[in-house]
Write a protein that binds this ligand. Structure first.
Ligand SMILES: Cc1ncc(COP(=O)(O)O)c(C=O)c1O
Length: 369
């Protein structure tokens, strides 16, 4: 194993340079992390499955164009996404990871005197980007089952609110608020505010399995709604950084122009389009991940933990020992320390393949039981 360390130990000393950062918190950095090949990764909500060979071939074929900027090369992916999602290409925005899109929107709409409402605990980029532009953060606690409190979020809106964020399913808990619950929130949106629904884990949900469209159902509701999704999770392209957003043509056009969206790389664009064509292959993998998710949750329960209900590719276990993530890391198993996602006293475990999961469970039994 390399010089891997648990989350807490990798944070750099605060304000070492004396620069006047807007966010006074100690930042998190990956610098200094080193994962040897023998570290099993349960900490990044990644796919445990390497890309299918067809995808590797498509990537190799695209690589001879890398002397070019990707100007104009989004078109084919945008059209393929539009066809798959049942919307027009004008409604689709591509970004180098959905996090880049989320952050651009938060920075574009946030600012002094503006309120950004988001669930807490949730994806850390919301708070980070809101703080960076000195917007007023309005975190709304999750429900006890780890889902976003949609009513609480609606109640937090004021006439200074410019952006409302829902993470569904929520990271780090995995809980999913039924999409139909969003309607009253949309109706309660203050004038001029955008509702951004982060559906990074959409394809692992029951609604997806039942043929639902998720929050895409609200795109034409007449209120400003943006849905963000990613190729990083279900399609397993985390390392290539391709995410996307979908909105009404009007909102998408404005976001494009205002936020200067773009910046995806040629290889990622080609891979994402090829991956879309292999959706059935990934759906079969997602079924395996979901089956393992249930097995892990059951095993965690048997070990005395109380895992939260999840519809994502990870399971959150509250009330574990704060030292457990570090001890697992020392044994070659990287799980996400709850302290790094504002959930102290817990750990977030990404579902691995069956063999990896067996190894993790054996390590937990050896350490914690
Ligand atoms: C809730 C949520 N949104 C967005 C992202 C960002 O995904 P990406 O930038 O890889 O598209 C993540 C990644 O873990 C996430 O958990």
């Amino acid at each position: 194993m390399g010089d891997s360390m648990p989350d807490e130990d990798t944070r750099e000393a605060q304000n070492r340079t004396g620069l006047l950062w807007a966010d006074p918190r100690t930042p998190f950095t990956w610098r200094g992390w080193s994962f040897g090949a023998d570290v099993l990764r349960f900490g990044g909500n990644e796919s445990p499955y390497p890309p299918p060979q067809e995808l590797v071939d498509a990537i190799a074929a695209a690589s001879d164009r890398m002397n070019r900027y990707p100007f104009g090369m989004e078109t084919s992916l945008v059209e393929a996404l539009g066809a798959r999602l049942g919307c027009s290409p004008e409604q689709v925005m591509i970004a180098p990871g959905s996090s880049a899109l989320l952050e651009a929107v938060i920075k574009g709409l946030g600012g002094p005197g503006r309120e950004v409402i988001y669930p807490d605990s949730s994806y850390p980029a919301y708070r980070g980007a809101a703080t960076a532009v000195m917007a007023q953060s309005r975190p709304v606690p999750l429900r006890p089952d780890g889902t976003c409190d949609i009513e609480g979020i609606a109640a937090a809106c004021t006439d200074r609110t410019s952006l409302v964020i829902v993470c569904n399913p929520n990271n780090p808990t995995g809980g999913m608020a039924p999409t139909k619950e969003l309607r009253p929130l949309i109706e309660a949106l203050p004038a001029g505010a955008l509702l951004m629904i982060d559906e990074a884990y959409w394809e692992f949900t029951e609604e997806y399995a039942q043929g639902g469209r998720g929050a895409l159902d609200y795109l034409e509701c007449g209120r400003p709604v943006l849905v963000t999704r990613t190729f990083s999770k279900f399609y397993g392209l985390a390392g290539l950084r391709v995410g996307y957003g979908v909105a009404s043509s009007e909102i998408a056009g404005e976001l494009h122009a205002r936020l200067r969206l773009g910046g995806s790389n040629i290889v990622g664009l080609v891979a994402a389009e090829a991956a879309l064509g292999l959706t059935d292959v990934f759906a079969e993998r997602a079924e395996r991940i979901k089956a393992e998710r249930e097995r892990l949750a059951q095993a965690f329960g048997d070990l005395g933990f109380e895992p939260l209900p999840t519809q994502a590719n990870f399971v959150f276990c509250p009330h574990t020992d704060d030292d457990l993530p570090a001890r697992l890391m020392a044994a070659g198993h990287w799980v996400r320390d709850g302290r790094s996602v504002q959930m102290p006293g817990g750990m977030r475990v990404t579902v691995g393949n069956p063999d990896e999961n067996d190894q993790l469970l054996a390590a937990i039994r050896a350490i914690a039981c």
